[in-house]
Design a protein around this ligand. Structure first.
Ligand SMILES: Nc1nc2c(c(=O)[nH]1)N[C@H]1C(S)=C(S)[C@@H](COP(=O)(O)OP(=O)(O)OC[C@H]3O[C@@H](n4cnc5c(N)ncnc54)[C@H](O)[C@@H]3O)O[C@H]1N2
Ligand code: MOO
Ligand SMILES: [Mg+2]
Length: 421
């Protein structure tokens, strides 16, 4: 007899998974390998930046007090007693009406408190000695880049769980993080199930199709920040699938399968979970596509039984597996970012369930707009290539007309959302 499944709302399904706390693990990687990894500790300023007062221009370091009387009609003369570039430190203590020729980035010599740019000074020689004169006054601190103006020692500059971008790379280097504490990438096991599946390089034959889901999910796992362990494809045979799933679980942090989760005669995943003794969180969600998505836990490892239908599989991954991966990367906002956008075209399909329409968001006339990226059926592959978002069309509506405001989940955004439901 057909097993009746209990349908639960999407928010409840996500909550059930998120309640299951899987923790992130720290590892240290060289700064050269840290780009696009997730920080596992707050990034703290280990020193002031800059850590010495320095010249922001090429010119002359002077004592501002010596410039007070300078004007167009009264040039004031300075003897140039030293000459330094960035990285050099002057040993001179600068006295009255003395100056040091200084280049951008060099440390301010003792006694000086202002920099005169070359453009406003006249330099010349007298008796074989260098001199310069100015026709305007300078205040203490004019053209000086002060200690700590960029960052103060001890400041928390970037929170843990943030993805490392080029700017963060610069900070890490500035503060001497040669080894960077990052979240270890969760290892996500992956199987494609289905007797109909061919490898990419195989010729098409009647009744068979090429396995596209595992290549798609592998990319989604990497986009989410995980590492993929692809175990291959399995035929729809109970014993083979059971053994493969049971063994694979020992090697990974979580396991994804695609296909075989519905009510068909060869859909073995529900029976596999049962024989394993796994705790099933849900096996029917009030959403399209992906309604058959099944999630369970066994031995503190989460099993994601994603649909075999490509679009359903894709959506199931983004809503349920992505937040778990991001959580293990210490993200405080592990879910897809939710924004409002204006629908560009009519979408008049009535549906009792919430739909997640593969869509393309774009900016037009300064506003975020959205349009479906292709056919909206769960067995469709082609609408996925142009999808950078999922438009949420709540259940119980008669569809939406162009110009309506709708909510979208952004697939390629790194900011994320704390809880979009
Ligand atoms: N009587 C019912 N039939 C179905 C129901 C239902 O509620 N009652 N649900 C439908 C929905 S909704 C979906 S979604 C699918 C889910 O099917 P399964 O998750 O069991 O997946 P399969 O049966 O194995 O395959 C479905 C479909 O997807 C193709 N497929 C599978 N794997 C791949 C792959 N790796 N790459 C590309 N395509 C793949 C497969 O050939 C099938 O066409 O069930 C409905 N049926
Ligand atoms: O689960 Mo199916 O993908 O809803 O269409
Ligand atoms: Mg099936």
């Amino acid at each position: 007899m057909l097993e009746r499944r209990k349908t639960i709302p999407i928010g409840e399904a996500v909550q059930k998974i998120m309640e299951y706390q899987l923790h992130g693990v720290t590892e240290h990687v060289s700064i050269n390998e840290s780009f696009s990894r997730f920080l596992s500790e707050d990034l703290i300023a280990t020193s002031d930046v800059p850590h010495f007062d320095r010249a922001p221009y090429d010119g002359f370091a002077v004592r501002s007090i010596d410039t007070t009387e300078a004007s167009q009609s009264n040039p004031v003369e300075f003897e140039v007693v030293d000459h330094i570039g960035a990285g050099m430190v002057s040993k001179k203590v600068v006295g009255q009406n003395q100056a040091v020729r200084i280049m951008t980035g060099a440390m301010m010599p003792e006694g000086t408190d202002a920099v005169v740019m070359f453009e406003v000074a006249q330099d010349y020689e007298k008796d074989g000695k260098p001199f310069m004169s100015i026709k305007r006054s300078f205040k203490k601190g004019d053209n000086v880049s002060f200690i700590g103006e960029d960052a103060k020692e001890g400041e928390i500059l970037v929170k843990k769980g943030t993805v490392i971008n080029p700017g963060i790379q610069a900070m890490l280097a500035t503060f001497g993080y040669n080894d960077v504490p990052v979240a270890k990438k969760p290892l996500v096991g992956l199987f494609a199930t289905g007797t109909e599946l061919l490898e990419v390089y195989e010729e098409l034959v009647p009744g068979k199709i090429r396995n596209s889901n595992s290549h798609m999910i592998a990319a989604q796992i990497e986009r989410a920040g995980g590492n993929v362990h692809y175990f291959g494809k399995l035929p729809d045979e109970f014993d083979t699938c059971f053994e493969a799933v049971k063994n694979a679980l020992k090697e990974v942090d979580m396991l994804i399968t695609t296909g075989g989760v519905s009510v068909g005669d060869f859909d073995y995943l529900p029976a596999i979970y049962k024989k394993l003794g796994a705790e099933v969180f849900f096996n029917k969600v009030a959403m399209r596509p992906g309604s058959v998505t099944t999630v369970a836990q066994y031995n503190r490892k989460i099993l994601f039984g994603l649909s075999g239908n490509p679009s359903a599989c894709y959506v199931g991954f983004e809503l349920f597996a992505r937040p778990i991966i991001r959580r293990m990367l210490f993200s405080k906002k592990p879910h897809l970012r939710r924004e409002k956008a204006i629908l560009e075209v009519d979408f008049l399909k009535a549906n009792p369930f919430t739909r997640f329409v593969r869509s393309s968001v774009f900016i037009k006339d300064g506003r975020l707009k959205v349009a479906p990226s292709g056919l909206d059926k769960s067995n469709i592959i082609m609408s996925l290539s142009g999808a950078n978002s999922l438009t949420i069309l709540p259940g119980g509506t008669r569809g939406f007309t162009a110009g309506s405001e709708v909510e979208v989940l952004l697939l390629e955004d790194q900011t994320g959302s704390e809880w979009p439901w």
